[in-house]
Each structure stands twice: as C-alpha cells, then as structure tokens.
Design a binder for this molecule. Structure first.
Ligand code: ZN
Length: 161
C-alpha cells in the first residue's frame, strides 16, 4: 500500500494494537436479540460493515460487527465492539463524536475512556484512511439516530461519502 508517506509514518499507522484487532476482530458474533441493524460502506476504500445492536433500557447491551475491509476499518470496528457494551445511548454517541473529532485533529476530552482507539490516532495524518477509521462509528451514529425517528421510511445504510 502506498499512502505517499515514509515508512516511519506508516509504522505509526499500523501499530501492534491495530494489527491485533485486525487479526482477531471483536464483536464477531450472533446476538440473541437484535434491536437495530445497519450496513455501512466506504466507497473510497471498499470497506463494508454490518452492525447489529441489542438495546436494553436505552443502553447498548451488546453489539455485533462484521467488517470486511482494510486493516484500519476492521480494527476500528473491533475497537467499537470492545468499547460499546454497557454504554448508554448518550455515552455511545459521545464516544463516536469524540473519535470523529480525534480524526480531525482534536484530542479526546479528558477523562473519557477511549480504550484502544488511541492506537488509531496517527490515522488523522492520512485523510483517505480517516474514512476507513470512521466507517464503523458513522454507521453506529446512524443506527442510533434512525432508532429515534420511528415511522419514517427507514434508510438502512450509511456511506462515508
Ligand atoms: Zn479502508
């Protein structure tokens, strides 16, 4: 892969934590109940994701993700699957928002537990890869927001474009 950068910067991109999530993605499972489901697609890179969420009392009880794509998209989706269970809807959206900001150069708010997401911080220097990193999170935001507006014709997929 040629990102037009030197090897030192690519090392910063593909850190061990990132590769570990890529090799053993979390959240690859079947839920016993699915309350929300959504597909996402990043046409720039070809990454695809299917996400299912089990919501209990307006909190994410569990999440299943199946992402087929590049290292960054798969690792980011895996980190999401690791971080999300137990988070309230609000906390989940807050985390997604913090990660979006992080990919645009703002540090996460102090005190917010971002888990392994800090290993993706270097991605912000590669604008094309930012869409890969954000695919899972944009799909999550759309899934949670779609759940709020019932009755309208559902729009079931997310794209990074
Ligand atoms: Zn990608």
């Amino acid at each position: 892969m040629d990102d037009g950068r030197n090897d030192i910067e690519l090392d910063a991109l593909y850190r061990d934590t990132v590769l570990d999530h890529f090799r053993s993605p979390r959240g690859h499972k079947t839920l016993d109940r699915i309350d929300l489901t959504r597909d996402g697609y990043n046409p720039v890179c070809g990454d695809r994701i299917t996400m299912s969420v089990k919501l209990t009392d307006n909190a994410v009880e569990d999440v299943a993700v199946n992402c087929k794509g590049c290292v960054i998209s798969v690792a980011s989706a895996s980190m999401l699957a690791e971080l999300l269970p137990g988070k309230s809807r609000e906390e989940a959206l807050g985390l997604a928002d913090a990660f979006k900001r992080m990919m645009h150069g703002d540090p996460p708010p102090p005190g917010l537990d971002i888990g392994d997401l800090d290993a993706l911080e270097g991605v912000k220097n590669f604008p094309v890869r930012v869409k890969c990193a954000l695919l899972a999170w944009m799909t999550l935001i759309d899934a949670l927001e779609e759940a709020e507006k019932k009755g309208d014709a559902p729009d079931r997929s997310t794209t990074t474009e």
